[in-house]
Design a protein around this ligand. Sequence first.
Ligand code: 164
Ligand code: MG
Length: 335
Amino acid sequence: MTSPASPPVPPLADLLAGARVVSLPLATRFRGVEHREAALIEGPLGWAEFSPFLEYADDEAATWLAAAIDFAWHAQPEAVRTEIPVNATLPAVPVERVGEVLARYDGCRTVKVKVAERAQTLADDVARVRAVRELLGPEGRVRIDANGGWNVDEAEHAAHALAEFDLEYLEQPCATVAELAELRTRLRRWDLPIAADESVRKAQDPLAVARAGAADLVVVKAQPLGGVRRALEIVAATGLPAVVSSALDTSVGLSQGAALAAALPDLPFDCGLGTASLLAADVVADPLVPRGGAIPAGRVIPDPALLDAHAAPPERRAAWLERIARCHALLSGTA
Ligand SMILES: O=C(O)CCC(=O)C1=CC=C[C@@H](O)[C@@H]1C(=O)O
Ligand SMILES: [Mg+2]
């Protein structure tokens, strides 16, 4: 996702010089993992995170590296707000755990509930969403994220089954743009918006979903989209309202998401940047967990003692540094 206008890529040695690799335990299993690995790099303007998920190939991961370089080596777009309202993110936990997980999100009035998890049923989703609605009360907002796990008929059926809980929107209910467009047509009468996430961040063309009229809003993430500037361009080009969300980052990556949310001209929805609450440890002394339903915008500095305490094992550090080198070669056109 680099363009001819992309700023020059710093030498690899500069990226690796102060690079740290951490493995942070999660408080709650998420995306099938119990530890989150991340590389942190320091540039002239501060720290940035490089943490593409382990299964991502280098061409996709290189865009995440472009984001880290942009954040650590270049000044960021001007902020128009200092506090970012955030939602609580509820993994696909059994209903008995809903209260305990949500208690980790101080002051959040919006909850995003993960649904359509493999090996679970719609009844599990309904029970989890019901528990959230009961805890939040009628004024709270509840959105769901299916990560593309339903076909159009399943998504329509699920929307009916969940209708009584007054959903704010459905995030990526189906995998493809064509399916989202079809579902949106079927749901239009109901005023139930559709948000595109994977159809933006993992698509060859992040604007295709907007062009097809297949979503009412877009979810944007700073790392997968190649940085704050690039994400702002994408949002502007879609002409749709945007929600900024995390990639289950450490507080360093969250500061990149917060910079994006701070720079967006309009921020009509609570952002998915409360995910430090899903971590059992972080790299900064004062993690960006929600307080009063918000996190602050601004750069953060890792605590050397925490970087040491959570350093990844040597073979994992070596694997991440090699990954950085391969992605760097792709970005500099020397691969
Ligand atoms: O948006 C949120 O509330 C939190 C972030 C979140 O849900 C995600 C983070 C990382 C990977 C994704 O599977 C997931 C998402 O799909 O939005
Ligand atoms: Mg999502």
